[in-house]
Design a protein around this ligand. Structure first.
Ligand SMILES: [Zn+2]
Length: 156
């Protein structure tokens, strides 16, 4: 499938699953932005948002999602959904120096506010695990930075 990658897979921790809406719990608003989620076993990441000729889609790797669990997987899907809803393919984000990091921060904040509490908490703990806490995932930041960001955006 051809299309413009909103945020490259890179070393991101981007995740996802089916039915963004059941997970977000904001069904009324979510339906207006329904984005297909497609299982992509080939994906070298938990999830990825892409703008295709037929509109935006979210690809997710089912085995990686299973590995990280429904909390983190739901959060990463919401993060990808955030990239789409917040129009991160806009050149402000793709060309402005620092725009990609800003897009990642905004997507994390979007996910923090739009996932269920247990999912946000599971993701905070996941990022604070020894193998991720100081790992620098480029534009996404370190696990420590992401956990802090999620807490602040969620107000917990
Ligand atoms: Zn992202």
């Amino acid at each position: 499938m051809r299309g413009k990658t909103i945020i490259g897979a890179a070393v991101s921790f981007c995740v996802f699953s089916l039915g963004v809406f059941g997970i977000f719990g904001v069904e009324r608003e979510a339906r207006a932005f329904a984005v297909p989620e497609i299982a992509a076993p080939w994906l070298n990441d938990i999830a990825m948002a892409k703008i295709t000729a037929n509109g935006p889609v979210i690809f997710y790797n089912p085995s990686m999602c299973k590995e990280v669990g429904p909390g983190v997987c739901g959060f990463i899907r919401a993060h990808e959904y955030g990239h789409i809803v917040l129009n991160h393919s806009n050149e402000f984000y793709t060309k402005y120096f620092g725009g990609r990091a800003l897009a990642e921060a905004e997507a994390d904040c979007f996910a923090a506010k739009n996932t269920q509490g247990w999912q946000a908490k599971a993701t905070i703990n996941w990022f604070l695990a020894p193998e991720r806490i100081d790992f620098d995932a480029g534009d996404h930041g370190t696990g420590r930075e992401r956990a802090k960001r999620i807490k602040e955006c969620r107000g917990i």
